[in-house]
Design a protein around this ligand. Structure first.
Ligand code: ADP
Ligand code: NA
Length: 353
């Protein structure tokens, strides 16, 4: 059977924001005690939307690592490393470029969002990004991936790639004795498979945090407006200013979650409060239903500052000790390679290299 293993990552592109924290990193912390956990700073992905200045990229890689550590990812419980230091990611991605079909990638909505109007000028890497993400996960034969809801479509593609590889190479996998019994057998699928069909872990009140300026767009590092997101490096003043300026409607908060349905901005702020407080949205409305945003927003600011500032302080301390961060990344890369190398050795034999 497949060994339970978690893989996830964040790009080192600019500031980490509340969406990355609530949708991803904060959810990883409890998993560390439940299974083997691998958390990657995905720097190969960070060049798909244009190469950042090299010094900026190096700085951002350390900053994301510091955020992982400050948020409670523990290098003695988890493997923490940056993607570019384990060459198996790139090697498997090339093989997956030849497994995935153009039609599959043409359907990816994130490419359409990130490429914008000028698709002809997007990098080939941005288009093929989901294949690299599949390689990130499957280079460890990871069984579980905790991500935000925005990554759901990419995870489905990862499963499609794993299934096609398992099918296309069924005879080779069997002949080399490299498969494991198919955990979900059916007449159409082989008895022995090499890659697991990785499960997404997406749950809770804040699976998709939206922009503070536009409740229909996700909070993102690439949004040009800094007022659209709360960065993990923001101080208390910046956090309260952004929440104060957050777009809302003129109505009071409803007393039931049904009342949030056509009010994306209100829904988002209530969701953020719920996630930060470890409550359900209904609990939050139980407390604030009937109140105006002028009362709710200061409470939300106070909560956000209280939750985020210890982390911000710890990130700042860690950023002052580059050697400690670099050591975590180096050890992590060695431990990650020790898992990925034998898997790529198998894959090479399965394919015929
Ligand atoms: P971004 O989309 O800001 O560039 P990444 O692609 O590096 O961020 O995403 C890193 C992780 O953060 C992923 O697991 C992703 O699902 C999660 N994430 C990013 N934005 C959000 C958001 N607005 N709400 C919830 N989760 C998010
Ligand atoms: Na662990």
């Amino acid at each position: 059977a497949f060994h339970n293993r978690v893989f996830s990552g964040v790009q080192p592109t600019g500031n980490l924001h509340l969406g990355n924290y609530l949708g991803a990193v904060s959810r990883w912390v409890p998993l560390q005690d439940q299974m083997e956990t691998i958390f990657c700073v995905v720097d190969l992905h960070a060049i798909t939307a244009g190469f950042p200045d090299p010094a900026t990229l190096r700085h951002a890689t350390r900053e994301v690592t510091a955020a992982y550590l400050a948020a409670g990812i523990d290098a003695s419980k988890s493997i923490i490393f940056n993607q570019s230091q384990v060459r198996e990611h790139a090697e498997l991605a090339w093989i997956f470029n030849c497994v995935a079909r153009m039609g599959w990638l043409n359907r990816m909505t994130q490419f359409k969002e990130k490429a914008g109007k000028n698709k002809e000028n997007a990098s080939v890497g941005l288009f093929a990004y989901p294949n690299l993400m599949a390689a990130d996960i499957l280079a460890y034969r990871a069984t579980h991936v905790p991500v935000g809801d925005d990554q759901k479509q990419h995870l489905e593609l990862t499963r499609d790639i794993a299934a096609k590889f398992n099918n296309d190479f069924a005879a080779s996998i069997k002949e080399l004795g490299l498969g494991v019994p198919n955990p979900t057998p059916s007449p159409e699928t082989p008895e022995q498979v090499y890659f697991p069909l990785t499960e997404p872990m997406i749950a809770g009140p804040a699976t998709r945090i939206m922009s503070l300026r536009d409740g229909t767009k996700k909070m993102s590092k690439s949004d040009p407006s800094d007022l659209s997101r709360i960065n993990l490096t923001d101080d208390a003043d910046a956090i309260s200013k952004k929440i104060k300026k957050a777009k809302t409607d003129p109505d009071a908060l409803p007393s039931e979650t049904d009342g949030l349905k056509d009010r994306p901005e209100a829904d988002n702020l209530v969701g953020i409060y719920a996630a930060l407080a470890g409550m359900t949205k209904q609990d939050v409305l139980g407390e604030y239903g009937g109140q105006q945003f002028s009362a709710f927003k200061p409470a939300l600011s106070d909560l956000a500052v209280a939750k985020l500032s210890p982390m911000t302080d710890e990130m700042r301390r860690l950023m002052g000790d580059q050697a400690e961060i670099d050591k975590v990344l180096k050890d992590g890369a060695e431990r990650a390679s020790a898992i990925a190398e034998p898997i790529l050795k198998d894959v090479r034999r399965i394919v015929g290299f």
